[in-house]
Design a binder for this molecule. Structure first.
Ligand code: G2I
Length: 461
């Protein structure tokens, strides 16, 4: 267990007076980062500053590192806002996520309206990337090198760069960034790519092409500007996983979940469940290194300006009070850290469901039905090895118990449920599957819960 996890466990095991962990402590115990977009103009508001410093261990410039802010005149750079962010991060022991180098939006006028030959435009782009990444070499750990390159149908957006340079502008931007800071991780970032659809398929194919061409890309950012009541956690998890399976890091880069305003308690509760679903999706994918929320407070969010009548999308309300969404994020991390089969796992622990990705099994843990105080779950496990009797294990959320089960023998100790084969389904051929199901009391199970087989953690199937 890491020092942070030990601290967290100690904090939780204490009396009810023990201080709750902050988001960053809870995220740290899972090995993930929790970030926020930072609005440069608000850094002199002490409430804002305190929350940004104490609750987050990663910061992204909401606007200060965009091309129009950084290079307002050709070749003349203004680093004031970016430098303030880096200094803030260093004072508070935070990561910096650089946003963004090449984007069709928020380009300076000289670039937007200028006419350049193709080769001149390519040089302008690579010079900008080289200069900005070089400026923050060692200070910025991840960069959104290319932002929002896609149309909704999965084709490449007709930005100035694409129109003049074709798809190769993307590879050139990544190469320039790698040369300027070989240690920074380089991302492509987009919105409406959270689940599998035409746009994320286009992104997936592009990333495959870039990888096959040896272009230095390390990760994919998924913005997650979402709508309350319209969040499908397992679809998000599956989509993150398919990009992770290409050997890439994945990050939730700009999470907010908006609603029609005014809010009410049922919308706020639904929003909390939606935040939790996104966090759980990331936490279920080992290559998902962190989550950044796009703003701290509802009062500072970009949403109402862009979507009139909608808002209240952030984890803190307009008075900087934490909302149910905040507590949902916190609980997602603390539950994951406390789940020995989850991201905070301890491989030395004999009770641990095992290291992920051992390759001997895959499991699909599906919540088929849920209500306030219970759920119905189906689990299917595929094994690569022939089995003569089996034992499957998984953890339920705190307070949730198995009421009754089928196609297996069930026992529960604390959160841990152990299921052994029934008389009729213990023999499974190599490559074959077995299934069981159960009903819960005391709350619902979580879709995609990790399952182990004979002590080996199964990959999500
Ligand atoms: O639109 C939401 C986000 C989508 N993904 C990329 C992000 O970079 C983008 O962030 C938003 C910022 O949150 C806004 O604050 O990007 C907007 C611009 O596309 C930002 O808004 C702009 C305002 O529209 C401008 O009027 C303002 O001058 O911020 C500018 C700088 O303060």
């Amino acid at each position: 267990m890491s020092a942070a996890a030990a601290t967290l466990a100690f904090g939780l095991a204490g009396t009810s007076q023990a201080a709750a962990p902050t988001l960053r402590e809870a995220a740290d115990a899972t090995g993930r980062f929790i970030g926020t977009a930072v609005n440069d103009g608000l850094l002199n508001n002490s409430t804002y500053r305190n929350i940004a410093a104490s609750e987050f261990d990663s910061v992204t410039a909401e606007n200060a590192m965009k091309w129009e802010a950084v290079e307002p005149q050709r070749g003349q750079y203004n680093w004031a806002g970016g430098d303030r962010l880096v200094q803030f991060a260093q004072q508070n022991d935070q990561l910096v996520y650089g946003h963004t180098l090449v984007w069709h939006s928020q380009m300076p006028q000289w670039l937007q309206n200028g006419s350049f030959s193709n080769s001149e435009l390519r040089t302008i782009m690579t010079d900008h990337v080289t200069t900005q990444v070089g400026r923050y070499r060692g200070d910025v750990q991840r960069w959104d090198v290319v932002n929002e390159a896609f149309n909704e149908d999965g084709s490449l957006r007709q930005s100035k760069f694409y129109q003049q340079l074709g798809e190769s502008y993307i590879a050139d931007a990544f190469r320039a960034a790698r040369a300027a800071d070989p240690n920074a991780k380089l991302f492509i970032n987009d919105y409406n790519t959270e689940v599998r659809n035409a746009k994320s398929d286009g992104l997936f194919r592009l990333v495959q092409r870039l990888k096959s061409q040896g272009v230095p890309i390390d990760g994919v950012g998924f913005q997650n500007h979402l709508i309350v009541g319209n969040v499908n956690g397992s679809a998000i998890q599956q989509n993150l996983q398919r990009f992770a399976d290409l050997g890439l890091e994945v990050v939730i880069t700009e999470l907010d979940i908006r609603m029609r305003t005014p809010s009410d308690s049922s919308k706020l509760q639904q929003q909390a469940r939606d935040y939790r679903a996104v966090a759980d999706a990331c936490l279920a994918v080992s290559a998902c290194s962190g989550i950044t929320v796009w703003g701290i407070s509802d009062r500072d969010s970009w949403v109402p300006d862009t979507f009139p009548g909608e808002g209240d999308a952030c984890p803190w309300d307009g008075n900087y009070q934490p909302k149910p969404a905040y507590h949902a994020l916190l609980t997602a991390f603390t539950d994951a850290a406390g789940d020995p089969g989850g991201p905070g796992e301890d491989p030395e622990d004999p009770e641990d469901p095992g290291e992920p990705g051992t390759g001997s099994c895959t499991a699909v843990f599906t919540v088929a039905n849920r209500w306030a105080t219970g759920s119905v779950v189906n689990v299917t496990v595929r094994t690569t090895q022939a089995l003569n009797g089996w034992r499957a294990e998984f953890d339920l959320p705190s307070g949730v118990t198995v009421a009754n089960g089928w196609n297996g023998g069930f026992s529960q100790s604390g959160a841990r449920v152990t299921v052994t084969n029934a008389a009729y389904n213990g023999t499974v051929a190599a490559g074959g599957t077995f299934s069981f199901g159960f009903q819960t009391n005391g709350g619902a199970a979580q879709d995609g819960t990790a399952v182990s087989l004979g002590g080996q953690r199964c990959a999500a199937g």
